[in-house]
Ligand binder design. Structure first.
Ligand SMILES: [Zn+2]
Length: 382
């Protein structure tokens, strides 16, 4: 893989006060006196040490990884709660990249993706810094809940406030300690409860640097998703940073295909940014889409899927059939257009109006990024 380093991605490491390289004086040759060996008392070459990474009042030394707890208050029982992080601070300068998962507490595939990525990287070999936040919604993760205890969606609470709701406070902390210290972020999601997603990147494909990373990630499809109000992605863009949103698999389950695609995609992205230097195989060429649509059940009953994740379908092709308990066909669910199945329900029982299959219309040509500023607002990021 060819490595391209984006100049836009080194800002934070500079801001952290990395020392400039000192000029090395030409070494002086010392002649040995006859019968004596040369003893050079100043043999150590001047080493340039990267400045430590400071976060939450802690200092991570260059070439080390450190577990850090960001305090977020107490449980009602009085037990302290913290957002757990691992910071891997490379020996060499480079971009700061954060990886986050379980912002929706029951979306756990990303937790496993981050575990595998942390297993594959080592601080001494890194050029840059990785901040891993595998469990952002700590409360939801512990109770297998998408939301926080008060029912708020953390991914609608950004950029947050230090005096707002619990969700708003966690969002504020995440922005302050992680996003503002990073150059690039990858936020890992799955489908919501009882829905599964084809591994996909959601981003603004008209923003050149974002499109470049989405392309490298190598998921089966990249969907041009507009920004949702209160989402981490919106707050990240407003903070002038780049973020990819990965979706794959379903809530409360490990989906091996989504985990494999996500792990390989994150590692390829780190490689492309110059943070790692693996022999990473090039990912698949992604399809691109600007429009997606759910087909809904016209009757209540038992649903059987006729088209599965990743399947190419044509307009009016049958995606699913709804039966009564005796096998009588009650309704057929069809695709609205030619496209690819990027998500579907996992529920065997459905009500009239339930979303059954999600189809993306494929762009005939890959997008040509206009390098603009990302902006518009989306309709569905659930
Ligand atoms: Zn999610």
């Amino acid at each position: 893989m060819t490595k391209k380093k984006s100049t836009a991605m080194t800002a934070s490491s500079d801001a952290l006060g990395a020392k400039p390289e000192r000029a090395v004086p030409p070494s002086k040759k010392i002649a040995a006196a006859p019968g004596h060996d040369v003893v050079n008392t100043k043999k150590r070459s001047p080493k340039v040490t990267r400045a430590p990474f400071e976060i939450a009042g802690q200092r991570v030394t260059a070439g080390k990884r450190m577990r850090i707890e960001l305090p977020i208050g107490n449980l009602m029982s009085g037990t302290p709660v913290a957002l757990p992080l691992i910071v891997v601070h490379g020996k060499k300068d480079g971009p700061v990249v954060w990886l986050s998962a379980a912002i929706h507490g029951d979306e756990i595939c990303g937790v496993e993706i981050i575990r595998q990525v942390l297993d594959a990287i080592s601080a001494p070999a890194l050029a840059g810094t990785v901040i891993a936040a595998p469990v952002v919604n700590v409360h939801g993760f512990n109770t297998n809940d998408r939301y926080l205890p008060d029912g708020r969606d953390l991914n609608r609470s950004f950029p947050g406030s230090p005096r707002g709701s619990l969700a708003s406070r966690i969002a504020y902390l995440f922005m302050k300690e992680i996003v503002k210290r990073s150059d690039v972020g990858i936020d890992l999601h799955t489908g919501a409860d009882l829905r599964t997603n084809l591994p996909q990147i959601r981003c603004d494909v008209d923003h050149g640097p974002t499109l470049e990373l989405a392309d490298i990630f190598g998921a089966p499809i990249v969907i041009d998703a507009r920004l949702r109000d209160g989402s981490l992605r919106q707050a990240t863009v407003e903070a002038g940073k780049i973020m990819l949103l990965f979706e794959g698999g379903e809530a409360s389950r490990f989906d091996p295909a989504a985990i494999a695609t996500g792990t390989a995609g994150v590692l390829r992205t780190l490689n492309h940014l110059g943070v790692t230097d693996f022999d990473a195989p090039i990912g698949q060429r992604s399809l691109y889409s600007r429009s997606t649509s759910w087909s809904r059940a016209s009757n209540s009953g038992i649903v059987h899927l006729d088209a599965h994740l990743g399947e190419l379908v044509s307009a009016k092709q049958q995606l699913a059939t709804v039966y009564d308990p005796f096998g009588k066909v009650l309704g057929k669910i069809k695709s609205k257009y030619d496209g690819i199945v990027i998500g579907h329900t996992q529920a065997p029982l459905v009500n009239r109006g339930d979303a059954i299959s999600h189809v993306a219309r494929i762009m005939s040509e890959a997008p040509n990024a206009s390098w603009g500023v990302p902006g518009a607002v989306d309709t569905e990021e659930r």
